[in-house]
Design a binder for this molecule. Structure first.
Ligand SMILES: [Zn+2]
Length: 240
């Protein structure tokens, strides 16, 4: 089965120290990493991998996001030829706010995430990048499907658990029309993180194990926050 892929930019996190990603970078170097949602369609089903942040909600929580997040996601989908009601499934790499705030725009989508991630995200030690999860779980009801480890979600589209960034983080492996692709999530935020592990992945062993597995598999690695994805062949230009 071959999937067509798209990359939609939905906002930017301003002024993040580069050394969170690359430990050897000077502490004064700041970057503005984009947030992306990934679209996958096999002609029958439309899947979104990560639904992106919500600017207003982030600001209310004391975090900065620049850009018209939900409008950009809708515009990107439209440019891709898909309406909100046509989205069948949302897969979350993890539940940090910049990956999950727009699920409820898609009334027909089943949402799939690791059970371990939901448990962590609703626990006492999850930290400030998680918010709105209990409300989302309630709002989704039986549209939320919890996964326990690696799973094939559709022919040619599967998830692999890799708890390097958060305890229930997963990447999505897709047989695309061109290549076998890994939509990495925050296990690989920048292209350089295919080789270098930053403090953003506190579980260094899990991260390195996964990167070694990816090298052996030969997947095309698509990072979660690299500005260079704006030049990627799958980058969806917003409809004018
Ligand atoms: Zn994250």
């Amino acid at each position: 089965m071959s999937w067509r892929l798209g990359i939609v930019e939905v906002g930017v996190i301003p002024r993040l120290p580069l050394n969170l990603y690359l430990p050897d970078a000077s502490p004064d170097v700041l970057i503005d990493p984009p947030c992306y949602c990934y679209l996958a369609s096999d002609g029958e089903r439309n899947v979104i991998i990560d639904s992106g942040p919500d600017r207003a909600r982030a600001v209310a929580e004391g975090l900065e996001i620049v850009g018209d997040t939900s409008e950009l996601l809708v515009a990107g989908l439209r440019a891709w030829g898909v309406g909100s009601a046509d989205v069948d499934c949302i897969v979350h790499t993890h539940l940090h706010h910049d990956h999950m705030q727009n699920d409820l725009m898609f009334p027909n989508a089943v949402v799939r995430v690791q059970r371990a991630e939901v448990a962590w995200a609703t626990g006492p030690d999850c930290g400030r990048f998680y918010f709105g999860i209990p409300e989302l779980v309630t709002a989704l009801g039986d549209r939320l499907e919890l996964l326990d480890g690696d799973a094939e979600l559709f022919p040619g589209l599967r998830v692999v658990l890799n708890a390097g960034h958060t305890p229930g983080h997963q990447s999505v492996i897709v047989d695309s029309t061109e290549d076998r692709v890994c939509l990495c999530g925050d296990i690989v935020s920048l292209f350089a993180n295919v080789e270098v592990v930053g403090s953003i992945c506190p579980n260094m062993r899990e991260t390195k194990d996964f990167l070694a597995r990816a090298r052996v598999a030969g997947w095309e690695m698509i990072p979660s926050h690299d500005p260079k994805l704006r030049e990627h062949r799958w980058y969806v230009q917003p409809a004018g």
